[in-house]
Design a binder for this molecule. Sequence first.
Ligand SMILES: NC(=O)N[C@H]1NC(=O)NC1=O
Length: 202
Amino acid sequence: MSSSALTCFQKCCPKVIKHYPFNQKTVPMDISAVNALPYEDFVNIFGNVVEKCPLITAAVWTRRPFTSFNALEAAINEFIDALPESGKEGILRCHPDLAGKHLHSGALTRESQEEQTRAGMDVLSSAEASQMTRLNEEYKGRFGFPFVICARMNDKVTILRELSERCQNERAAERARGIGEVKKICRLRLQGLVLSDATNKL
Ligand SMILES: NC(=O)N[C@H]1NC(=O)NC1=O
């Protein structure tokens, strides 16, 4: 972070600054602190609100100033909605499998690791783990992109049920459904970084 931006950010949000660097967990900042961030810091902080898609964050930076948390979220969602279907599928392909090999090897992003662990993906019985692997493969074979669901809004029972049911859908419906889940994941990740609008109007 440049020194002028750091000073500005310190003024805006003194509680957050002690948590620098930002790739670690931080106290949520207010929207004026978000608007004061230079491009590099903005991408460092928000680059993974859509899993492994910092391009989205980089593009959305040009939409500042954001009037509120909801405006920031809306800018991200509008960017996603404007993508061609191939771009939306690309976003889905950036997501790791639920309960996949990377969960146990520690190769997931911090956010994904936390979400999957919270949903109990790391403590599946061997029967559940085999079912998950089989259905994940079936899903990818049918659609050409991985099954995506907001793990923090589900548990292992609902995830397995949804995975099994959604394998039966049409590709376009599943693409739209997966993108809807990406937006839910994004909203929850943003809530960990930015104060919500009740406390946060410009
Ligand atoms: N495949 C998939 O849904 N992955 C994810 N879902 C979620 O909430 N975090 C993820 O990494």
